[in-house]
Design a protein around this ligand. Structure first.
Ligand SMILES: *Cc1c(COP(=O)(O)O)cnc(C)c1O
Length: 395
């Protein structure tokens, strides 16, 4: 900055209601935790905080897995950690792709030298077990990767049949639980998930910056049996475990304040209780669906596989996508998401994740949408959306 150009003003971002695909609204107690003093990353008091965070993470994932840590980076860093550690060049990776994030896993797996086999389905459909089985039968497979809650389509993927098939073929199931952890039913041990990664900024409602990862016994054994070094030094789970686990060897400086934030976010989730938290996400999701449908809007995901924490709603004919989203942001201070890939311009994505999943937010976004749709000439019965949502919330 030259002496001639003035300093930018003091930081003063507006207060938004975050109802997009993430980040979600950060809970005040999580903000508060981030103001705590920074400790050294090898300070025994910080190591204790890390241990507590690991225990809380195990509780949230519902696992006893020893290898349970928070990788420095966002959800994609967790994705890359799983891919980098479980793939050796030449390994066959079956990647299920029915949305944006399956595609990202395939891209990462190919960069780590995997032979990628794509199992594809429409954006808005689930992956069928038969399709996975056919791919497994066609060759010796190291991993099968699948997204639990596809934030790009609003689909919640059923897993039990697929997990059984994967293990029957001696492969590892890698699950993207970025949007499902602490918002949807997820039980890593009961469901026999070999590896999964998540993120702090979706249903945990902490800022983006850490990626919880857990590896089960089969994945840990595969890691120990590698013939080649993990190609990513930064994401090498064995090196990371030496820091998060017994040896406490320096690897990289942990993002201290983010660990505080994750710990507090997990404390909040456990205080509420996972079951109650999942029920809250479901109730608010159902209220939103009822409201949108009462306004005459169509939901993109079929009800049986609809994701409560992220709803894809079709943009009606003749409505200007960007104009509505801009008005929501600037007039109502509400953020919702636009469509990705083949759904760009076709759907809006409304997230009700973590501390964003509140009855008042459901009513506020319905009210704001009604106003903006009416302003563009969309015919609807005034107050119908809010009334329908209210009935679900009150029942
Ligand atoms: C958000 C998201 C990711 C990527 O996480 P980043 O934090 O943006 O890196 C991966 N998978 C799913 C399903 C997501 O919703």
């Amino acid at each position: 900055m030259t002496s001639a150009s003035p300093l930018p003003p003091e930081l003063n971002p507006p207060l938004r209601t975050l109802l997009g695909p993430g980040p979600s609204t950060v809970h005040p107690r999580v903000y508060q935790s981030m103001m705590a003093p920074i400790l050294g990353h090898l300070d025994p008091d910080f190591l204790k905080i890390m241990d507590e965070t690991k225990d809380l993470l195990r509780a949230a994932f519902r696992t006893q897995n020893e290898h349970t840590i928070a990788v420095s980076g966002t959800g994609s860093a967790g994705m890359e950690a799983c891919v980098a550690n479980l793939i050796e060049p030449g390994d066959r990776a079956v990647v299920c792709i029915n949305g944006y994030f399956g595609e990202r896993i395939a891209e990462m797996a190919s960069r780590y030298g995997a032979e990628v086999v794509r199992v594809e389905a429409e954006w808005g459909s689930i992956i069928e077990p038969e399709a996975v089985e056919a791919a497994l039968k066609a060759g010796r497979t190291k991993i099968v990767a699948i997204v639990h809650a596809e934030t790009s389509t609003g689909i919640l993927q059923p897993l039990s049949d697929i997990v059984r098939l994967v293990h029957a073929h001696d492969a590892l199931l890698v699950l993207d639980s970025v949007t499902s952890l602490a918002g949807c039913e997820l039980a890593v041990d009961d469901w026999d998930i070999d590896a999964t990664y998540s993120a702090t900024q979706k249903c945990l409602s902490a800022p983006p910056g850490l990626a919880p990862v857990t590896l089960g016994p089969r994945a840990s054994a595969a890691l120990a049996a590698r013939e080649t070094k993990v190609r990513s030094w930064y994401l090498d789970m064995t090196l990371l475990d030496n820091y998060w686990g017994g040896k406490r060897a320096y690897h990289h400086t942990a993002p201290i304040s983010m660990v505080y934030a994750l710990r507090e976010a997990l404390r909040l989730a456990m205080e509420e209780g996972l079951e109650a938290r999942i029920a809250r996400h479901r109730r608010n999701g159902e209220a939103l669906w009822a409201g949108l449908q009462a306004m005459g809007l169509a939901l993109h995901a079929p009800e049986s596989y609809r994701l409560p924490v992220l709803t894809t709603v079709r943009i009606p004919e003749g409505i200007d996508d960007l104009k509505v989203r801009r008005a929501l942001l600037y007039q109502h201070s509400i953020e919702i998401g636009g469509g990705l890939g083949p759904l760009a311009g076709k759907v809006w994505r409304i997230g009700l994740m973590g501390h964003s999943s509140l009855a008042e937010n459901v009513l506020a976004v319905l009210q704001a949408l009604e106003q903006q749709l009416a302003a563009q000439g969309f015919r609807l019965e005034k107050g119908s959306g809010v009334a329908a949502a209210d009935r679900v919330l009150g029942s």
